[in-house]
Write a protein that binds this ligand. Sequence first.
Ligand SMILES: Nc1ncnc2c1ncn2[C@@H]1O[C@H](COP(=O)(O)OP(=O)(O)OP(=O)(O)O)[C@@H](O)[C@H]1O
Length: 235
Amino acid sequence: MEYIDVQHLSFFYDDEPVLQDITFQVHEGEFVILTGENGAAKSTLLKSILGLLKPQEGFATISKVNARGEKLTIGYAPQQISSFNIGFPSKVLEFVESGRYQKGKWFKKLDDEDHTHVQKALESVGMWEMRNKKIGELSGGQKQRIALARIFATDPDLFVLDEPTTGMDKESRERFYQLLKHNSKVHNKAIIMVTHEHEDIKGYVDTHIQLVRKEDSPWRCFSMDLCKEPSKHQH
Ligand SMILES: Nc1ncnc2c1ncn2[C@@H]1O[C@H](COP(=O)(O)OP(=O)(O)OP(=O)(O)O)[C@@H](O)[C@H]1O
């Protein structure tokens, strides 16, 4: 089932085109990466998909329902997610738990399933041991990780991630890619992720969309190259 549909999308900032004629789909269970040089309008494309920016030509839509016919849920990690400022909740564990309350449990206590989700999410980003720390005491990279853990805890159908591994070492990145692959292949989640690490991640993904500069364009305008990556590793 198609979760994202982008058709002939072009985007201009003022009169300058930055994206031209972008067409692709993302399906349930598919892990897609989006790459391109700095300024290739990767973030612009993600924001257009999310409806935060409106393309001047073409369209980008997200399905309203998931493959089970329920309301489709989205987990979005913008760039520099770690610069967020949180006054409350103040502890790592509470912050990630608050992601579970988003699942409509405002008046209920979290149950065992919720706690398992929260623990797994924190473990997956290597932050379980730091669960009782105050958020104000964390480094920028650690804040980035707990923000990702909160997204995992919300258990969305569609992950939209803008350079989530910035500041992670190689080992953490590998663990993170494995987790994403597991989510797409075992839990049927759809993932679109902007990254500069496309050599490292190759074996985990299904589809690689590269934004390439248009040679005949007087501006820094990008169109796309798409290739399906046969997954090399089984994780
Ligand atoms: N609000 C804006 N107004 C005008 N131009 C903008 C605006 N936001 C971005 N741009 C320009 O549009 C182009 C694409 O920006 P965008 O942030 O989408 O690229 P990116 O591929 O995500 O970049 P990076 O890899 O450096 O994060 C850049 O040339 C940028 O300077």
